[in-house]
Design a protein around this ligand. Structure first.
Ligand code: LLP
Length: 403
């Protein structure tokens, strides 16, 4: 049991707290599901990019799925070996491509024909051979929130099957490209197995048709996307997930790469915030807290549900309230019409499932410093990122004041 009161006293609020032991458990459960098969779990750094969190997974044997050269650098800094680092994203700059090739990562996951051309040109300039995979967009509806769907032709990600085939042929004929993998990722917070299975079947068929023309791939990258329980969702069991993928791969001997983010981190993270005020506008009740949308954006951006637990001595009946922060936006809320007892100044609210896409999507809006991050491992808590102070926020401006 995490002692949130003690953590609030020691580290102040607002505060991110990560239970690394929970994250280990999630990692091991997923790894176990692929037991006996060649597989790499490449942790999707975007879900929680704190160096200590990445290092924790690296120590367990994880690779890293990155979407910017900054994330690739984080992976290296945290000790992820180059041969387990993947770099995806629709908009890699020349500089990013160059650095990725020079760093000799496992592969660059290419997302368009135009990008393939750039990668080839830059590899040629460097006198290198760049390992690539191609992200295929299987045009399957992942049945998730439209903002986090990525596998439909309407989404900007990946290329159609026919384009992918052309690209593999081009890459195979190039002295500077080595096509080693194939990739798909149809969306995040997936709670249905069928779209994943259908996508895997489509992509595995492409692998077979490439094999028929003597293009032999080594890696079958199934992306991330495994959903988690925020409220009462029924989610996909890792074992069933692995079986579905293996079913689609029938007869193919490839290393499976899986890029989980949320599954590993979401429910290992908590956002701790303190009650400042209760207020009532007409019949509407508000609980104003010291954390805000700049700390945890998901409720504002996606109307995402996050469970809220009150730590209070209050014994009043619960009634509905909007839990809101100090930011100057009506969209600054953690929950709407959430049942809570009447709260006192300095009572605590624990916002659950905040380990994925929490801190990382934060900002300094309204000149608010980002919260500290604390990790708990084996019962010991320690700061893994200091709270941002005002001086940190102006550091890149103060010497550049207009005359
Ligand atoms: N691999 C690729 C290529 C991805 O684009 C993503 C997530 C992942 C792996 C990891 O997906 P996960 O296992 O975490 O579902 N900010 C949104 C989620 C955006 C996900 C973007 N891509 C949210 O807060 O729900």
């Amino acid at each position: 049991m995490i002692n949130f009161k003690e953590l609030a006293t020691t580290y102040k609020t607002p505060l991110y707290i990560y239970d690394l032991d929970y994250m280990t458990k999630q990692y091991e459960e997923l790894k176990e599901a692929f037991k006996g098969k060649k597989s790499i779990l490449a942790y999707a750094i975007k879900s929680n990019s704190n160096l200590s969190v990445i290092k924790h997974f690296a120590t367990l044997g994880s690779g890293a799925d990155c979407v910017s050269i900054g994330e690739v650098r984080r992976a290296f800094l945290a000790g992820v070996p180059s041969y387990k680092i993947i770099f995806s994203g629709v908009g890699k700059s020349d500089d990013e491509i160059r650095e990725a090739i020079e760093s000799d990562i496992l592969y660059i996951n290419v997302e368009s024909e135009a990008e393939l051309g750039r990668v080839e040109l830059i590899a040629k300039e460097l006198g290198a051979v760049c390992r690539i995979s191609i992200r295929v967009n299987p045009n399957i509806d992942p049945l998730t929130h439209p903002y986090i769907s990525t596998g439909l032709h309407d989404n900007k990600f990946g290329v159609e099957i026919d384009a992918a085939k052309r690209m593999y042929i081009k890459a195979n004929n190039s002295e500077h490209l080595d096509p080693v993998g194939i990739h798909f990722h149809i969306g995040s917070q997936l709670t249905e197995l069928k779209p994943i299975y259908e996508s895997a079947v489509i992509v595995a068929d492409l692998v077979r048709s490439l094999s028929n023309i003597k293009i032999e791939l080594k890696f079958f990258d199934i992306g991330g996307g495994l959903g988690v329980v925020y409220k009462n969702e029924t989610t996909i069991k890792p074992y069933d997930y692995a079986q579905a993928i293996l079913g689609a791969l029938k007869g193919l001997d490839l290393t499976i790469i899986c890029e989980p983010g949320r599954f590993l981190t979401a429910n290992g993270g908590y956002f701790l915030t303190k009650v400042l005020y209760e207020k009532q506008n007409g019949s509407k009740r508000f609980v104003v807290v010291d954390g805000a949308m700049n700390d945890l954006l998901r409720p504002s951006l996606y109307k995402a549900y996050h469970k809220i637990e009150a730590i209070t001595n209050s014994t009043t009946d619960e009634s509905e309230a909007d839990v809101v922060g100090p930011v100057c936006e009506s969209g600054d809320f953690f929950a709407k019409n959430y049942s809570l007892p009447i709260l006192e100044h300095n009572d605590l609210l624990v916002i659950h499932s905040a380990g994925a896409y929490g801190f990382g999507m934060g900002s300094n809006y309204n000149t608010r410093g980002r919260s500290a991050e604390v990790a708990i491992k084996g019962g010991e808590a320690r700061v893994i990122r200091k709270r941002e102070e005002f001086e940190d926020l102006i550091a890149l401006e103060k010497d550049f004041l207009v005359k």
